[in-house]
Design a protein around this ligand. Sequence first.
Ligand SMILES: Nc1ncnc2c1ncn2[C@@H]1O[C@H](COP(=O)(O)OP(=O)(O)OP(=O)(O)O)[C@@H](O)[C@H]1O
Ligand SMILES: Nc1nc2c(ncn2[C@@H]2O[C@H](COP(=O)(O)O)[C@@H](O)[C@H]2O)c(=O)[nH]1
Length: 204
Amino acid sequence: MTERGLLIVLSGPSGVGKGTVRKAIFETEGNDFEYSISMTTRQMREGEVEGEDYFFRTREEFEELIAAGQMLEYAEYAGNYYGTPLEYVNQTLDQGKDVFLEIEVQGAMKVKEKAPDGVYIFLTPPDLSELKSRIVGRGTDEMSVIEQRMEIAVSEIEMMSHYDYAVVNDEVPLAVKRIKDIIHSEHLRVDRVIHRYIKMIKEL
Ligand SMILES: Nc1ncnc2c1ncn2[C@@H]1O[C@H](COP(=O)(O)OP(=O)(O)OP(=O)(O)O)[C@@H](O)[C@H]1O
Ligand SMILES: Nc1nc2c(ncn2[C@@H]2O[C@H](COP(=O)(O)O)[C@@H](O)[C@H]2O)c(=O)[nH]1
């Protein structure tokens, strides 16, 4: 039987740079994990592409998928649903490939309940004023939404202790390296490696 892949969960407050760092990770060489594209009911931003950035759905469609048990997790964030389709994650892990989720904190905690053996990484800003500058600088949200996201950010940062690792996103290439190093180390954990040896011993 193929060894199940590792579930990698990256969270952190809105605007910290999760998307930027995740894209940079996937652009670097030597990755062996797949990105799970999320579903959302929020409006598509300029430049976003259906099926690449998100699967954009109506609230009705999203609620049907929840009712059908087709979401690994979902959360309501700043007035919209966001969630992880279950089938892709399960199929990919079953094929022995690692899966990378980039999701907010409520959803990450739901995933952690279901998959405590995943690796949970919290991306932090150097400080809160830099966080606000990044959200403002991105130019995608109105001031009322920015204030809402900053309030949520404070409560999200309070949840950091539930994660396995905290990575500061001061500079993107440094954050990328820190995250790749964590994933590499997770693969060397004895509780993951030992299964291979138990299997070999059984086959002797
Ligand atoms: N290390 C960094 N230094 C300076 N600016 C950064 C850094 N990382 C990301 N940014 C910028 O911060 C802004 C927010 O980044 P990004 O959209 O990736 O955040 P996010 O955490 O994915 O946000 P959300 O959760 O709202 O989707 C972008 O304009 C991005 O270019
Ligand atoms: N619980 C989940 N949160 C998700 C998912 N996909 C993205 N997100 C997070 O939502 C906020 C807002 O995103 P934005 O694109 O509107 O800026 C951010 O923290 C994302 O990481 C998901 O599948 N589940």
